[in-house]
Write a protein that binds this ligand. Structure first.
Ligand code: F6P
Length: 710
């Protein structure tokens, strides 16, 4: 008989948070000032009360809510139950007993490796273990399934790979998996262990592999049972895929594991190339990866200010003429280092491939500029994953397990971020869409191909087009000024350069104000030239200077009028945001804020300029701390990070660096929480864990506890 507490009455000062915790746990809650009554529901059960209140969640939606609201705390042995506390000081132990349970899961990585895969493996393995599954890692992708190269993972087996690119499960482009015989062996090796769920990480080819395996699984298994090779009961495998490929070519997904890191690699290489290119006054044709998708080429060309771009989705009409016009214009404007970015799958309007050598020859013949070719190749797939990829991968790993537990065995699924939110798609829908895109490519229907790349890609392409001087000029001229106000955020120089470049291309009347509002009052207002900020766009800091303090509204209004400024763009932080209504109403001009804040705390914005760079800087530092302390036992680093009242940096870098815990100002901590963490740390060290341990703390998290005291 199932044990169940019918009703539990708790007495004391009942806070809103206490009520919220029990509600979020899916229980029925009634409260008055001094008392709270909680009851079991269909989705959650009170299983018992001794030193703690034991709650069993049965519905995944409730568990998701608990995770998403950040209530959960993991238990000492890193498995269920989750631990939390109410404001009365009661410890709550939360168990997950899903209606559907999967006892054995396998995970594999396949196709081209992509940085971030390791974080996804770690997250998936640990989430599945917490929910009571045994997890097998399959080495070398589908090839490993065929060769029976599987190993059961324990919690610590997946530790320590977050900062490494590639995949510690290894990958392969398996030829044997294309054969029926190969797939039959794969089914045998899964079924002989009773593996019911499979998580596949990879690109388009890997997804198709997963789909075929699923379609054939039952038939192969029935045959294996029939001929006596296996003695188990017939079943079908559940499959969930996580898209991972630096090409970022999976339909419906905004960005997939590896693409952001590849972009980092390309941008780093181009920054390095710039100095030698400028010294010799040369031009370069840089070939980047992307057989069918121009994501890396497009985004890196925007990030670095390339002078021309070739992508498979949008062949340029009369590209030779357009290219030479761009190169000449760049040189005439005084640009010393000129470069063109070409995706490996670039084609002309007739679908013929464009080779770097052809581009190089043309530049030399037409402009006599000394030109070289740089093929970045597999360098783009290597190296440390970016913070973004590690976070994306971690959440995708957790989501994939959630999806396995909820999906049925007839529908393989895929989890990804689509239009800004994590979503699940039927795998078949993704595969069909990719086939449709391939057909469009064969038929050279470029506009339709581009449409399939999503809104962000298209918007970026539109701007990049303007950069290549193919946009029309405006008829109404407004005088627009740009100013930087507030704290420094890396990336503002790129924004200034884009403003000037775009303004010039479209023949706008543009001004740059130096040293913020203080500078405006002192008339530090200049009219920029086309290439004034090109060399600065890769630098951090603010080339046009910024001030946070000076704000004399009357003087500012007077100067805006005196300089006949009709629209003002402020690169600014949350403090600048507050000034906008005053300036706008006193001057009656358009005032626009470009959110620039490492804290990433501007309401209504997903990402502010500067926050991603700050996140990567913290993550890199944490990697170094972890590795420096990895051989020292009992060493914990407490890392204090900026962010003001916003925990974005602490939370995200905690996920990216694999921190033991992150403390953020958005959460309320009680002394019980801290002792519980200390207890877990003690346990970790007693188990002889040598991996460097990090605690991340946002600067404003505890009002009264300094980092030292902490
Ligand atoms: O993973 C995608 C990709 O990196 C493509 O951009 C590139 O064309 C291809 O893989 C290279 O494949 P391989 O590693 O097999 O040479």
């Amino acid at each position: 008989m199932e044990l169940k507490v019918k009703e539990l009455v708790l007495k004391g000062k009942i806070t809103e948070q206490t009520v919220e915790i029990y509600e979020k746990l899916g229980l029925d809650v009634k409260s008055s000032g001094e008392m709270i009554k909680i009851k079991s529901t269909v989705s959650s059960t009170i299983k018992g009360v001794n030193h703690a209140i034991h709650v069993e969640i049965n519905a995944l939606s409730v568990l998701n809510r608990v995770f998403e609201e950040g209530f959960c705390r993991y238990s000492e042995d890193n498995s269920m139950p989750l631990e939390m506390m109410d404001d009365l000081g009661n410890k709550i132990l939360v168990y997950f007993n899903p209606r559907k349970s999967i006892k054995k899961i396998a995970i594999l990585t396949s196709g081209g490796d992509s940085p971030g895969m390791n974080s996804a493996i770690r997250a998936a393995v640990r989430t599945a273990m917490k929910w009571g599954s045994t997890v097998y890692g399959v080495y070398s992708g589908y090839e490993g399934l065929i060769n029976d190269n599987l190993e059961e993972f324990l919690w610590n087996d997946v530790e320590g790979h977050n900062a490494s690119g590639g995949t510690f499960l290894y990958s392969a482009r398996s030829k044997s998996f294309f054969t029926l015989e190969g797939r039959r062996k794969a089914v045998y090796n899964l079924a002989k262990r009773g593996i019911e769920g499979l998580i596949v990480l990879g690109g388009d080819g890997s997804l198709r592999g997963a789909s075929i395996l699923h379609k054939e699984f039952k038939a192969h298994l029935n045959e294996l049972i029939k001929c006596g090779e296996l003695t188990c009961c017939p079943y079908n495998i559940r499959i969930v895929c996580i898209p991972a490929s630096i090409d970022n070519d999976i339909p419906f997904a905004d960005t997939i594991i590896g693409a952001d890191t590849a972009l980092h690699r390309v941008v780093e290489c181009l920054d390095n190339l710039m100095t030698t290119m400028e010294s010799h006054c040369r031009s370069f044709v840089v070939e980047v990866m992307g057989r069918k998708c121009g994501f890396i080429a497009l985004m890196s060309s925007i990030a670095t200010g390339a002078d021309f771009l070739f992508i498979p989705e949008s062949p340029v009409f009369e590209w030779k003429v357009a290219l030479i016009r761009s190169v000449r214009r760049a040189r005439e404007s005084g640009k010393r280092g000129i470069f063109v970015i070409l995706a490996e799958g670039a084609v002309d309007i007739n679908g013929n491939p464009i080779h770097p050598t052809e581009v190089k020859q043309l530049i030399i013949e037409e402009t006599q500029i000394e030109t070289r070719i740089l093929t970045l190749g597999h360098l783009q797939r290597g190296g440390t994953p970016s913070a973004h990829d590690r976070i994306l991968a971690t959440i995708s790993g957790c989501k994939a397990v959630e999806c396995l537990f909820t999906s049925d065995d007839e529908t393989p699924m895929l989890v990804c971020i689509s239009n800004g939110v994590y979503r699940t798609f039927e795998l078949e829908k993704i595969i069909q869409k990719n086939e449709e895109i391939s057909r469009l490519q064969d038929a050279r229907k470029y506009e339709l191909i581009k449409e399939n790349r999503g809104i962000f890609f298209n918007r970026c392409h539109q701007y990049s087009d303007s950069y290549c001087m193919r946009s029309s000029k405006v008829t109404i001229k407004k005088r627009i000024a740009i100013i930087h106000h507030g704290r420094i955020a890396s990336g503002v120089n790129t924004a200034v350069d884009a403003f000037v470049h775009y303004g010039e291309i479209r023949d706008l009347d543009i001004l740059v104000i130096y040293d913020g509002f203080k500078g405006l009052i002192k008339d530090q207002v200049t009219r920029p030239k086309f290439y004034d900020y090109k060399a600065e766009m890769k630098k951090s800091g603010s080339i046009i200077g910024s001030t946070s303090d000076t704000f004399d509204l009357d003087s500012i209004v007077r100067k805006i009028k005196q300089h006949r400024i009709e629209a003002l763009i402020i690169l600014g932080d949350e403090k600048s945001l507050m000034k906008i209504p005053d300036i706008a109403s006193a001057t009656n001009i358009d005032v626009i804020l470009i959110p620039s804040s490492i804290a990433n705390n501007i309401p209504g914005t997903d990402i502010c300029i500067g926050s991603d760079t700050a996140l990567n800087t913290i993550t890199k530092s944490c990697d170094l701390l972890k590795s420096s302390s990895s051989s020292i036992s009992r060493c914990i680093f407490v890392v204090e990070v900026q962010g003001g009242n916003c925990g974005y940096l602490a939370l995200m870098s905690g996920i990216a660096a694999g921190a033991f815990e992150s403390f953020i100002p958005e959460r309320r901590y009680m002394i019980g929480h801290l002792s519980e963490i200390a207890q877990r740390l003690r346990l970790k060290f007693n188990q002889g864990q040598k991996q460097g341990t990090l605690l991340l703390r946002n600067e404003n998290t505890f009002e009264k506890i300094t980092t030292d005291a902490f």
